[in-house]
Design a protein around this ligand. Structure first.
Ligand SMILES: [Zn+2]
Length: 122
């Protein structure tokens, strides 16, 4: 098999892995899942899902990864998040990145909310 064949197999394999990952890793709106299908997704030890976009991708950190929740929020808002903005998982399920389950807020407000949650005020 020539190198083109190898590349094609690898592409198909990545697409398949992307599909499997989307099916297995957390919750995602179908339209967003279609957008993210070509990319590898991983779940970190804290239950957050990150997407490997590649080191040259403008949305990615230097590692080539971006948190999936930030990608979803960015798609939903139609603009990039400000550096001070974070994404809160409304049901506290870090792998549930459906648009309706995410809330964008400032870092300060997010920290306050989680402090209140820990104290059982909400
Ligand atoms: Zn939160």
């Amino acid at each position: 098999m020539g190198s083109n064949g190898c590349r094609l197999v690898r592409l198909e394999w990545n697409l398949l892995l992307g599909k499997l990952a989307t099916a297995m890793i957390g919750k995602l709106d179908p339209a967003v899942a279609r957008i993210l299908r070509p990319f590898r997704q991983e779940i970190d030890p804290r239950g957050r899902v990150r997407v490997y976009l590649g080191r040259s991708h403008p949305w990615a950190y230097k590692s080539g990864f971006c948190w999936r929740s930030r990608i979803v929020a960015r798609i939903a808002l139609g603009r990039r998040l400000r550096p001070d903005q974070q994404v809160h998982h409304v049901r506290l399920d870090r792998s549930d990145d459906r648009i309706g389950r995410l809330k964008v807020m400032t870092r300060k407000r997010h920290a306050r909310l989680h402090a209140e949650l820990r104290r059982g005020k909400r």
